[in-house]
Write a protein that binds this ligand. Structure first.
Ligand SMILES: [Ca+2]
Ligand SMILES: [Ca+2]
Ligand SMILES: [Ca+2]
Ligand SMILES: [Ca+2]
Ligand SMILES: [Zn+2]
Length: 342
């Protein structure tokens, strides 16, 4: 069953690539045509419309969602007519790869190509935001490459960033994961940390992995809040979580809970424990603003291999000192002390 199915999938894929390649040869935007347009959620319908009653409805495109679609500019495309470019490379093995000879990518959520546009747009915009902070110019680059992204590979309601292959993958359980920009940005958060130290991914110990989840949640809400602010910015993945939460507001997790180290460490869950870390980062952001906070938080990751919370907190204070000044470093230290991390 598996083998037969795989052969069929490969045959279909090969045919699709052939058709796509032929079409692309016949008509494509051409080199230098790096700008286009697409339709996306920003960051997701529940957060934007503040309507907690929206549900997946089996991937249907229904009227209440209409105001959540936004036309955006897509940049850094490579001119092939596919969603490939300087900072994101969309690979899709199910459904058609989005293709447009004029770089126009307008789909609704019931079309699998919608999630491809979401991933291209949000990963590209996040990289542009990172560069706006100075990474890749006055500071070292952070994941400054065409990030490989696979869409719709898994039926399970989970997504992940696979550090060995530097690949982000998005599943289709419940609300399709890549319909929520905050799920995309969470996985990008893992890819970012993986990119900041080589040859292995970010950390192996329980605390390092908890930091990874906490940072990924923080990254989701800080970038979403910069690019598409919503009334409850501390709620992570308001749309994806309607499929698995019963209380409102629907949030995968929050970054503003009053959790403290070590009492709130849950040895069975890096996601739960990571909320101590994300709260510290959220408070740093509230104290310093997103530009300073995100710059020093990213800068602190360099050279940190398998850190404890205490070690990375110290590195974050040091980054605040070297990038800014003593007052900023003291502000950062105070937030980690409030969480019991320092
Ligand atoms: Ca969908
Ligand atoms: Ca990468
Ligand atoms: Ca989902
Ligand atoms: Ca949110
Ligand atoms: Zn994660």
């Amino acid at each position: 069953m598996k083998t037969a199915r795989r052969t069929t999938v490969l045959a279909v894929l090969a045919a699709a690539i052939l058709v796509a390649a032929t079409t692309a040869f016949a008509a494509k935007p051409g080199p230098g045509t790096s700008t286009g347009s697409g339709t996306v959620f920003a960051p997701n319908p529940v957060a934007e419309l503040q309507n907690q009653s929206l549900t997946d409805q089996k991937d249907a495109d229904y009227a209440a969602l209409a105001p959540a679609y936004h036309r955006v500019v897509l940049t850094n495309l490579d001119g092939s007519g596919f969603l490939r470019g300087d900072w994101a490379n969309i690979l899709s093995e199910t459904g058609n790869p989005a293709y447009s000879p004029t770089n126009e990518f307008h789909y609704r959520r019931d079309d699998d190509r919608f999630e491809q546009v979401m991933a291209y747009y949000w990963v590209t915009e996040a990289q542009k935001y990172i560069q706006s902070l100075g990474f890749g110019s006055r500071l070292r680059p952070v994941n400054m490459e065409s990030q490989d992204i696979r869409i719709n590979q898994y039926g399970a309601d989970n997504s992940f960033s696979w550090d060995k292959k530097d690949m982000m993958k998005f599943g289709k359980g419940g609300v399709d994961d890549a319909e929520d920009a905050e799920v995309i940005l969470h996985e990008l958060g893992h890819a970012i940390q993986d990119s900041q130290q080589s040859p292995f991914g970010y950390g192996f110990g329980f605390e390092a992995r908890s930091i990874g989840e906490g940072f990924a949640d923080y990254w989701a809400v800080t970038v979403a809040d910069v690019l598409a602010p919503t009334p409850d910015p501390a709620c992570v993945a308001d749309w994806d979580s309607v499929s698995y939460t019963s209380t409102t507001p629907h949030c995968l997790r929050r970054v503003d809970l009053n959790l403290h180290y070590p009492e709130n460490v849950n040895p069975n869950s890096v996601h739960s424990t990571g909320r101590i870390w994300s709260r510290a980062l959220w408070d740093i952001r509230n104290a310093l603003g997103h530009v300073k906070a995100d710059t020093l938080i990213l800068q602190a990751h360099f050279g940190q291999r398998d850190p404890s919370m205490r070690q990375l907190a110290q590195s974050t204070v040091a980054a605040a000192q070297s990038l800014y000044n003593t007052a900023t470093a003291n502000t950062v230290r105070a937030q980690f002390e409030a969480r019991g991390i320092l």
